[in-house]
Design a protein around this ligand. Structure first.
Ligand code: FES
Length: 146
């Protein structure tokens, strides 16, 4: 795995639905498309279950970046869960800017089950982005001696 010269390897939490997103991950696997081990996949019944608190908890527990992967708009198996998730992600992005963590550490993506290549590309892009940003300021704060 390449790094930006400082040896930093980001930890990234991915909240993904068990429908399109999980199928896309399986497709990536079936096609032998590799993506970085930096991403820790958390499967949700729907991205609509991705509570603001879950995202904040992920950062609090050491994630340097978080992203949410759901079904394409209009194709959520719970009708509008992905739309609700999109609104929440955008609210949390504002909050992350306000508290100095930075909105670029959070993103949302939409994939269909056959989009294994996109699933892997997103994992690569987010890993590169967070690697370039460096460790989460929250993580650095927590490692300071009290
Ligand atoms: Fe996939 Fe709702 S079931 S986002």
């Amino acid at each position: 795995m390449a790094d930006n010269g400082n040896g930093f390897e980001p930890e990234i939490t991915v909240f993904m639905c068990i429908y399109c997103a999980d199928m896309a991950a399986d497709t990536a696997g079936a096609l032998h498309i590799q993506y970085p081990a930096n991403v820790k996949l958390v499967k949700m019944p729907c991205t609509g279950k991705t509570d603001v608190q879950y995202i904040l908890n992920a950062f609090e527990h050491g994630a340097d970046g978080v992203y949410v992967v759901g079904c394409p708009i209009g194709n959520c198996h719970h009708v509008r869960g992905n739309e609700r998730a999109r609104v929440r992600v955008s609210r949390v992005k504002k909050l992350l800017d306000e508290i100095g963590i930075g909105s670029e550490r959070l993103e949302m993506y939409f994939v269909s089950g056959g989009m294994g290549e996109t699933f892997a590309r997103v994992a690569n892009e987010m890993t590169e982005r967070i690697r370039a940003l460096g460790p989460s300021p929250l993580r650095e704060l927590q490692s300071e001696p009290s």
